[in-house]
Ligand binder design. Structure first.
Ligand code: SIN
Length: 483
């Protein structure tokens, strides 16, 4: 008997937390809704400090055996976990679409993206390579890459699978154990992935998923001296607070925080390509992505042409609920997200910007907003605040120096994008732009093999790529005095 994608998703939905692989229900419950309808799809336990400490204790107990296990065994576990995820792509994609609202096809794409991290770090577990060096003291120095310890991993609602595996993949590869706190809006994908990890043979205690109030659980995780590493993806103000709370115990910390990505189009660019790639980059997760272009700068001589083409394409984007065929943009995660898009739109209009398409809440109501393009006005707001919604403000510029100054005049420095056919310019700007990542003639820069991370108030530390595992290992030097 075939079941609908929605039912396949609901089959994986578990209304509990997991401490050391054991189910925990808790008395108080938090409701999780489908952003497309507001309908409650399930509840999670509202756990607190005591349960978090239990999870930390389990991670501490599991750490010695797991961290000393053969890394090839950990690689085999990661590959088995990846196999189970591949096998459950439909169900996981549907579950994520239900709790996050992203289109089902896009959600399945995220499952594949997420699994890319597990597959990549399975290989990295096999390459925890040390070095030997002759010392000027007449000794030989050996280096070993050792797991940092039990980790706290705090993940956001916008990529419920990929942000989890981007942290757990390297953590497990290195031999770390982990306590995960998923966002309360989208906890079910994390719980389903954790269940599959245990099915794949993860030892008890190596992973707990704690649900509940973020400040309470975050406080318990960061204040614990047993947690040796914190990795957080989310907003800059929350990241700052967690870093502060982690300071007394001197934890290793990595932070993937907010962005305000500039996308620059020069007059020599392939404008059709620039339009298509702007749309691909901007409307991932309905504009709720840290690396989304937040402000588009176009050389004045082609600004009208680019903006007209962009608006014509954006006007055609199908908006709807996750399982409706052909849908490309879904609802926003919560009501206040729509208020923010409206506020940004109001401010760009007040500064003289013109709406070329969209410009209002969507006629189907609820949390849907029309994909919107504006032209002109003042870009200052967009240098400092992420819209995190389906609004593309376009601003004309005159010179390369002017646009580079504007692009860099921001507290943030996560992603950036550049469209030009001039290779010299691509190198020049690619090197001078203050961002952790720069896409040249592409709006898509995210993959397991690329180093992901920002500079300035966008955070520090790299995820994915050959560098991702460094966040979860300490280098130990053993000096041998050989006769
Ligand atoms: C994010 O929005 O935090 C992550 C986006 C990505 O992985 O591309």
């Amino acid at each position: 008997m075939t079941i609908s994608p929605r039912d396949a998703g609901l089959k994986l939905l578990r209304e509990h937390a997991l401490i050391a692989g054991e189910v925990v229900t808790g008395a108080a419950r938090i409701a999780v809704d489908d952003p497309a309808t507001g309908e409650i799809i399930g509840h999670i336990p509202d756990l607190g400090v005591a349960e978090t400490q239990k999870a930390i204790a389990a991670a501490v107990e599991a750490f010695p055996d797991w961290s000393r296990s053969d890394p090839h065994k950990r690689a085999a576990f990661l590959r088995e976990w990846a196999r189970l995820i591949d096998e459950n792509t439909e169900g996981l994609g549907a579950l994520m679409a239900l709790e996050n609202g992203k289109p089902f096809e896009e959600a399945k794409g995220e499952v594949a993206y997420a699994n890319g991290f597990i597959k990549w770090f399975a290989g990295q577990a096999e390459r925890l390579i040390g070095e030997t060096q002759d010392s000027p003291l007449g000794h030989v120095i050996l280096t070993f890459r050792e797991a940092v310890g039990p980790c706290a991993l705090i993940t956001p609602w916008n990529f419920p699978a990929a942000m989890l595996t981007r942290k757990l993949g390297p953590a497990f590869a290195a031999g770390c154990t982990a306590v995960v706190k998923p966002a309360s809006q989208t906890p079910f994908t994390a719980l389903a992935l954790a269940e599959l990890a245990y099915q794949a043979g993860l030892p008890k205690g190596a992973l707990s998923v704690i649900t509940g109030d973020a400040a309470t659980i975050g406080g318990a995780l960061t204040s614990s001296p047993d947690i040796r590493k914190l990795s957080f993806t989310g907003s800059t103000p929350v990241g700052r607070k967690l870093a502060e709370q982690s300071a007394p115990t001197l934890k290793r910390v990595s932070m993937e925080l907010g962005g305000a990505a500039p996308l620059i189009v020069f007059a020599d660019a392939d404008l059709d390509l620039a339009v298509a790639e702007t749309i691909k980059g901007k409307f991932r997760n309905s504009g709720q992505t840290c690396v989304c272009p937040n402000r588009v700068y176009v050389e004045a001589s082609v600004a009208d042409e680019y903006a007209t083409k962009l608006a014509a394409e954006v006007a055609k984007i199908p908006v709807g609920a996750a399982f409706e065929p052909g849908v490309k943009v879904g609802p926003l995660i919560e009501d206040k997200a729509l208020d923010k898009v409206e506020d940004h739109l109001k401010r760009v209009r007040a500064a003289g910007g013109k709406v070329l398409t969209g410009g209002a809440r969507h006629e189907r109501g609820g949390r849907f907003f029309q994909p919107t393009v504006t032209l002109g006005g003042d870009d200052t707001l967009f240098r400092e605040e992420e819209t995190f919604g389906p609004l593309i403000p376009v601003f004309p510029f005159e010179t390369e120096d002017e646009v580079l100054t504007k692009a860099n005049d921001s507290e943030f420095g996560l992603a950036s994008y550049l469209f030009t056919r001039d290779l010299d310019r691509a190198f020049r700007i690619g090197r001078r732009i203050e961002a952790g990542m720069c896409g040249v003639n592409t709006g898509l820069i995210s993959t397991a093999v690329a180093p992901f991370g920002g500079v300035k108030s966008s955070g520090y530390g790299k995820e994915g790529s050959i560098h991702g595992i460094d966040e979860y290992v300490d280098i130990k030097a053993v000096t041998l005095a050989l006769k």
